[in-house]
Design a protein around this ligand. Structure first.
Ligand code: ADP
Length: 266
């Protein structure tokens, strides 16, 4: 009868919504535990810097020159600020339902952003040579420098983690008429073609990657979130000389139009 059919339909709808509720709950739980493991992984490095600098300040106290003392205090401040922003953005990104980052846009120089990230990465590893080539034609960008710095840091961190000691890492940036592309390339094992899109998903790790390298599978997902929040795109390709990995970022250049020089006599 019609009533029976209606009852079955209602039952199905209830079942579907129960499954949906369970799925959302599982997803929330997954995000919560991923956030916790990401925090312990990604926060350790700056925390170690802060603890090291604070300990030097206390241990060497009087023996430190004013310059040394200032440098250590500056390290503590810089790393604490990065931690603060990073946690904030991570929380923003994982906020259920929104999944959006809100970049704090300002004028920034790409060379400074990349340079800062290279410096931070160099504190983690001394066994790679990092070469940076930035097209001098690239104008000031309208971006969130802290977030983009985090992107380059994550990419350099991966390049160091997944490629052998002593190998080269190259960062180069080029300008096209309406966008810039920045590439971070290494000479490691590369990412198999079938995984090149999936590595940007949360929690995805390539199965045969050296298990020595600690990771949560969140680094590239955060990179993608940040790049897309800037209207850009990110993809994985083959790296240096057809081997290794290259992560290529493309950022639009609306900034160029805004800084076009005033017409003469205006
Ligand atoms: P994590 O490094 O924490 O595992 P990511 O999201 O940064 O997470 O990277 C996801 C996966 O992509 C890594 O587990 C690794 O398998 C692969 N990967 C990322 N960068 C590289 C690289 N430069 N070379 C080889 N594999 C990489």
């Amino acid at each position: 009868t019609l009533a029976d059919q209606a009852a079955v339909a209602i039952e199905r709808t209830t079942l579907v919504s129960d499954i949906e509720t369970a799925r959302v709950a599982t997803e929330r739980e997954r995000l919560r535990s991923a956030l916790l493991s990401s925090l312990s992984h990604d926060l350790r490095t700056p925390l170690v810097s802060i603890m090291g600098a604070a300990s030097s300040l206390i241990t060497y106290d009087e023996a430190l020159s004013p310059d040394n003392r200032h440098e250590l205090a500056q390290t503590i401040q810089d790393e604490a600020e990065r931690l603060n922003r990073f946690v904030q953005n991570l929380l923003d990104m994982t906020r259920l339902g929104s999944g959006t980052l809100k970049p704090r846009i300002d004028w920034a120089d790409l060379g400074d952003i990349v340079g800062g990230a290279v410096e931070r990465a160099a504190r983690l590893t001394r066994s790679h040579t990092v070469k940076v080539e930035i097209d001098p034609e690239i104008p000031l960008l309208c971006v969130d420098a802290v977030l983009l710095g985090q992107v380059f840091f994550n990419l350099l961190d991966n390049a160091c983690k997944y490629s052998g000691p002593g190998t080269a890492i190259k960062v180069w940036a080029k300008k096209a008429h309406d966008h810039i592309s920045v590439e971070v390339a290494d000479q490691g094992p590369g990412i198999p073609e079938a995984d090149r899109e999936k590595v940007f998903d949360m929690f995805y790790r390539v199965s045969q990657t050296d298990s020595q390298a600690a990771g949560t599978g969140l680094g590239l997902a955060i990179c993608r979130g940040i790049v897309e929040a800037h209207g850009g795109s990110i993809r994985a390709e083959s790296g240096l000389h057809g081997a290794g990995t290259a992560i290529v970022i493309r950022l639009p250049l609306p900034a160029v139009a805004q800084v076009a020089p005033e017409p003469e006599g205006a």
